[in-house]
Write a protein that binds this ligand. Structure first.
Ligand code: SF4
Ligand code: SF3
Length: 553
């Protein structure tokens, strides 16, 4: 076995990537990411202990967000960047340990987990230790499963928390929980029951972090509003911005203004088109292309530079001609792609190099034309509430389907296109995340002016869908969110979808169908807990699933 990773939906044979990642991750990168996660768990042990003694370090809080984010699927393939994070984690750990010791706080050696005890300095040491610290080192399958489930949920939280932090929004409870949870995954005294409880608590903080990000985004850029997004192209050269970070979006729009360079969104950045503050820029043309996994073709025809603010990066192939046009920033990275450093001292990032590059490029080649509609986050839907409630009461809308989550390259995801196509015409799809690309260009029509696909935004805007559900529960005076005519058929791929799922479970949502496959990291016992307590189910045949959902309704 060269490596072991099973954190995403596309893991080899739905058991684990062992020779090379299906995502393109090399064994060494996988090892270094394992060691980084391990180091962050060790650092979390000390920072959790420090917090108990009223020591809180802002730099460690932010560092853990960023470092964990680099280990999310398709975020960062750059070993050098990951190794720098490991070295910094070791330094942070030594510093905080020293501070605790200065205060007279000491630990027995047997109280300190290996992750916290370990300090390595050389690449040799890193490579050796990395082989001892992957997920398979936990022998008990159920404990391993729960530890990984919590770790992946916390990774998703780190991503959302980092975006909020970039906009100046922080919550100390979120940092405290994340570090406690990471530290707990190294604690051999915790039982399956303890870890199940911690998993549910992870969902609670998932809701908190998504609410925080929602606040950060809407306070900075206004509430998303119904928007017709152009999917065609203009005549100027353009920059294609992908990922989820809206602060990067803002700075890029400001810096490209008046330069003759247009801006287009790709994949998860599409919802930026729905924000009032971004819409006012004339050179913000629209969205180009589809979900992340189509990037190899779409980056070729875009002709101009591409900026990744987060995942999902697909490694270019030998034949790809766009390699020298790709830039990364934030936690994303890829060897050979130019990385734009983080903002310092309150100054914006410097996108001048990418803008100058764009000026020399051709305008994008048109691959589609027309428009798509989105912007149905909670505030906008509340404004339509009367219309929606009337449509439900009159029977014009029979059922809502939450089809949020991720897209991916597996053929089995055609299920979601077919599912959307075959849903009865008196149903409405509520979506968020890149899962939407499986059906957002189908001619599904509307119900009395309400489009049949309502896109709330990015995967974190699944929070909006939960807020909408809560509001409907209130309007219809129901006791339980599960009495609403809403079914959940969620597609997952990476770890942000894990925190979205845990958040929905925490909010009490039952009977979520999850696909295209159930996570490989769920042991059969842990999967049973989810099935028995929450009614989680896999997807099956489109026709039968629709029949089942409509009967349950
Ligand atoms: Fe495999 Fe997914 Fe891990 Fe990549 S992230 S190595 S595809 S399990
Ligand atoms: Fe998509 Fe990567 Fe998950 Fe944010 S961009 S939802 S997969």
């Amino acid at each position: 076995m060269n490596m072991f990773c099973f954190q995403c939906q596309e893991t080899a044979k739905n058991t684990g990537c062992t020779t090379k990642g299906v995502c393109g991750k090399e064994p060494r990168t996988s090892d270094m990411q394992d060691l980084l996660v391990f180091s962050l768990k060790g650092l979390s042990f000390y920072s959790h202990e420090a917090r108990k003694n009223n020591i809180e370090k802002d730099d460690i809080n932010s560092f853990i967000f960023r470092a964990l984010f680099t280990t999310i699927t398709n975020a960062n393939f750059d070993d050098d960047a990951i190794i720098r994070y490991i070295k910094d984690a070791v330094q942070h750990k030594l510093a905080i340990k020293h501070e605790l010791e200065q205060k007279g706080i000491k630990f027995n050696r047997d109280e300190i987990p290996f992750a916290a005890r370990w300090h390595g300095y050389t690449i040799d040491e890193f490579e050796r230790t990395a082989k001892l610290v992957g997920p398979l080192e936990t022998q008990n399958e159920d404990i391993r499963s729960l530890r990984e489930l919590i770790t992946y949920g916390v990774k998703g939280m780190a991503a959302y928390g980092e975006h909020a932090e970039n906009l100046g929004h922080k919550k100390s409870e979120i940092y405290a929980f994340m570090q406690r949870a990471l530290s707990a995954t190294t604690d051999d005294s915790l039982s399956v029951e303890d870890l199940v409880a911690l998993t549910l608590e992870t969902g609670k903080y998932g809701v908190e972090v998504m609410a925080l990000l929602d606040k950060a985004n809407t306070e900075a850029y206004g509430n998303p509003e119904i928007t017709e997004v152009n999917i065609g192209v203009g005549k100027n050269p353009g920059i294609l911005i992908s990922g989820h970070d809206l602060k990067d979006m803002e700075e890029l729009l400001k810096q490209t203004e008046g330069t003759g360079v247009d801006v287009y969104t790709h994949s998860e950045m599409l919802p930026a088109n729905y924000y009032p503050v971004f819409k006012k820029y004339d050179h913000f043309v629209g969205n180009y292309g589809n979900a992340w996994w189509k990037q190899k073709e779409e980056f070729e025809t875009f002709n101009g530079p591409i900026l990744f603010t987060t995942n999902c990066i697909v490694p270019p192939s030998k034949k790809s001609t766009y390699k020298d046009r790709v830039f990364t920033t934030g936690s994303s990275g890829y060897p050979g792609f130019k990385h734009i450093p983080h903002r310092k001292d309150g100054q914006p990032k410097d996108f001048s190099e990418i803008i100058e590059f764009a000026k020399k490029c051709d305008a994008p080649t048109e691959i589609e034309s027309g428009s798509i509609v989105g912007g149905f986050a909670h505030n906008q839907v509340f404004q339509l509430a009367d219309k929606v409630v009337d449509a439900v009461k009159s029977g014009a809308i029979k059922q809502f389907f939450v089809m949020a989550g991720c897209d991916g390259r597996m053929k089995s995801r055609e299920y979601y296109t077919e599912f959307a196509r075959q849903l009865p015409e008196d149903t409405v799809i509520l979506t968020a995340g890149c899962a939407k690309y499986r059906y957002n260009k189908l001619p599904l029509g509307d119900i009395g002016g309400i489009p049949r696909v309502l896109d709330a935004g990015q995967c974190n805007d699944s929070y909006s869908l939960a807020v909408i559900a809560m509001k409907l529960k209130e309007v219809f005076e129901l006791n339980d969110i599960n009495e609403l005519p809403i079914s959940y058929n969620i597609a997952w791929y990476e770890q942000k979808a894990v925190i979205v799922l845990l958040a929905l479970l925490y909010l009490g949502v039952k009977d979520i169908h999850l696909g295209p496959t159930l996570p490989a990291f769920l042991s059969s016992n842990v999967a049973n807990v989810l099935v028995e307590n929450f009614g989680i189910a896999p997807i099956g045949d489109v026709k039968e699933d629709i029949k089942l959902f409509m009967e349950e309704a």
